[in-house]
Design a protein around this ligand. Structure first.
Ligand code: HEC
Ligand code: HEC
Length: 153
């Protein structure tokens, strides 16, 4: 079945606010400092989206964060890193040796999204795969359940 219809049907069958079940993972872990500091420029990407080694590398280089300066004071950096590592993905880091900083470049992300048509990633309403909320309507609250996906059409 075409993914778009599969999703449409799934969302029609689903009662609103049904909790994630079956294959859906929970991304609900939260921390106030993280939520405030890491959602200033994009959604606060849930810790479970990357392994601990990636968070360590990222938090060690916030002054050069994807072409921008996202640095924080030492206490905030330490608190946020501890939160991210505690709730990190338990998937093995990828074998390249170098910690991956982009969720969207992980094999996990790519296989989860292999049915998304290429033209959608470039749609002006999406702009970038990093813009989770363009399709995941509840991304800001860490909910990526397939029932809450709405593709731009
Ligand atoms: C000053 C703005 C700013 C702040 C503050 C900021 N970021 Fe970012 N972040 C960016 C930009 C810009 C990108 C690249 C986005 C893109 O390519 O579309 C990015 C990308 C990311 C990505 C990769 C997304 C992907 O493509 O998979 C992660 C993970 C991330 N940030 C985590 C964090 C964390 C953790 C914090 C808090 C410590 C944080 N960011 C704070 C600007 C910021
Ligand atoms: C262009 C739209 C789009 C964007 C942008 C997007 N996704 Fe998705 N995502 C989807 C679709 C569609 C699926 C469902 C795929 C399927 O079921 O075949 C999905 C599935 C998922 C799932 C699995 C959900 C479940 O219930 O099994 C997760 C987790 C997820 N995405 C996270 C993210 C994150 C994190 C980002 C941003 C870094 C993101 N997505 C960006 C469209 C998108």
């Amino acid at each position: 079945m075409n993914t778009k219809y599969a999703i449409l049907i799934a969302s029609l069958l689903a009662a609103p606010n049904v909790q994630a079940s079956g294959g859906s993972e929970s991304f609900a872990a939260t921390n106030t400092k993280w939520k405030v500091e890491c959602s200033a420029c994009h959604i606060a990407y849930p810790p479970k989206l990357l392994p601990a080694s990636s968070w360590k590398a990222m938090m060690g280089g916030l002054d050069k964060h994807f072409g921008t300066d996202a640095s924080l004071d030492a206490a905030s950096t330490t608190e946020i890193l501890a939160f991210l590592q505690k709730n990190a993905s338990s998937r093995k880091p990828e074998p390249s040796g170098k910690p991956q900083l982009r969720i969207t470049e992980t094999r996990w992300f790519q296989s989860e999204h292999d049915e998304v048509p290429v033209r959608l990633w470039k749609d002006p309403r999406v702009k970038s795969p990093s813009n989770c909320a363009a399709c995941h309507t509840q991304a800001e609250s860490g909910n990526f359940n397939e029932h809450n996906i709405q593709l731009p059409r």
